[in-house]
Design a protein around this ligand. Structure first.
Ligand code: NAD
Length: 249
C-alpha cells in the first residue's frame, strides 16, 4: 500500500480505456481515495463507482476555471486534503503546420496546457497548507521528438509547454514540500488513437520500438504511483520517459 491515506485527483480519468482511469485504478489498489475529474459527457461518477465506495467523480472541463475551482472545493469538502494531482486530461489532432486553425490551436493548447495550470492553481493552496503534495503532469514523447506519430505540431507544443510549466512549478514549490514531475509516455494503446492509427501502422511503429510493443495504460499508471508515493520523495522537476525505449536520449 504505497498510497495509504492519500487523496489523489486525476483529470481526464473517466475514459475506461485511458491512462487516467488505469492510474485511478492502480492508485486505488495502493490505498488512495481517488477523485476522477472529467467532462460531464464522460460520466466521472460512474468511473469512480467502478473503483469502489470510497472514491468520487467530479464534473469539470479543465479549461474552465470556475468549474475547476468548484470541483476542487467539492473534493476538499469531502476529504479535507489533496495529496496527489495527476494532470492527465489531453486531446490531440493530426494536423500539418499550415492546416492548424486558430480554433485547433485553442482546443489542443487549452486542454493540455491551460488545464494543467488551472487545476494546479486550484489544488496548490491545499497542498501549501499541508506542506506536502505531488503533482504529476502527463506530457508526451511528442514534445521531445517533435511529434511525427499522432498529434500535430500544436500538440507537440502543448506538451512541451507542459514540461516547462511543470519544471518551473517544481522550482517554485519545492521549498514548501510540493513536488512536480512529468511523465512522457510513448505510444500507448488507448482511445486517443481511435480513428487516427490503423492496426497496420501500429504494427509498423511497434517494430521501431526497442521493446517491440506499444505501451499499456498500466505502464503509465505504475509510473504515476511511483511519482505520487514516498518512493520518489527526492524527485522533483523530473521528466520520466515511459516509452519502451522509443526515445533514448
Ligand atoms: P483518452 O482520450 O483515452 O483520455 C483523455 C481523457 O481526457 C478522456 O477521459 C476525456 O474525456 C478527458 N478530457 C478531454 N478533454 C477534457 C477537458 N476539457 N476536461 C476534462 N477532461 C477532459 O486519452 P489517453 O491516451 O488516455 O491520454 C491521456 C493523456 O496522455 C493525454 O494528456 C494525452 O495527450 C497523453 N498521452 C497519451 C499518449 C498515448 O499514446 N495514448 C501518449 C503520450 C501522451
Amino acid at each position: 500500500m504505497l498510497l495509504a491515506d492519500k487523496v489523489a485527483l486525476i483529470t481526464g480519468g473517466a475514459g475506461l480505456n485511458g491512462l487516467g482511469f488505469a492510474t485511478a485504478r492502480c492508485m486505488a489498489e495502493h490505498g488512495a481515495r481517488v477523485v476522477v475529474m472529467d467532462l460531464a459527457a464522460a460520466d466521472p461518477a460512474a468511473a469512480a463507482a467502478q473503483l469502489g465506495d470510497h472514491h468520487m467523480g467530479v464534473q469539470a472541463s479543465v479549461t474552465d476555471k470556475a468549474a475547476v475551482d468548484a470541483a476542487v472545493a467539492q473534493v476538499l469538502e469531502r476529504y479535507g486534503r489533496i495529496d496527489i494531482l495527476v494532470n492527465n486530461a489531453g486531446i490531440t489532432q493530426p494536423r500539418k503546420t499550415v492546416d492548424i486553425s486558430p480554433s485547433d490551436y485553442d482546443a489542443v493548447l487549452d486542454v493540455s496546457l491551460r488545464g494543467t495550470l488551472l487545476v494546479s492553481q486550484a489544488v496548490l493552496p491545499a497542498m501549501q497548507a499541508q506542506k506536502s503534495g505531488s503533482i504529476i503532469c502527463i506530457s508526451s514523447v511528442s514534445a521531445q521528438r517533435g511529434g511525427g506519430i499522432l498529434g500535430g505540431p500544436h500538440y507537440s507544443a502543448a506538451k512541451a509547454g507542459v514540461l516547462g510549466l511543470a519544471r518551473a512549478m517544481a522550482r517554485e514549490f519545492a521549498i514548501e514540500g510540493i513536488r512536480v514531475n512529468c511523465i512522457t509516455p510513448g505510444l500507448i494503446g488507448t482511445d486517443i488513437l481511435k480513428g487516427k492509427l490503423t492496426e497496420e501502422r501500429k504494427a509498423e511503429i511497434a517494430e521501431t520500438i526497442p521493446m517491440g510493443r506499444l505501451g499499456h495504460p498500466s505502464d503509465i499508471a505504475g509510473a504515476c504511483v511511483f511519482l505520487g508515493s514516498e518512493l520518489s520523495a527526492y524527485c522533483t522537476g523530473v521528466t520520466l520517459d515511459v516509452n519502451g525505449g522509443m526515445l533514448i536520449h
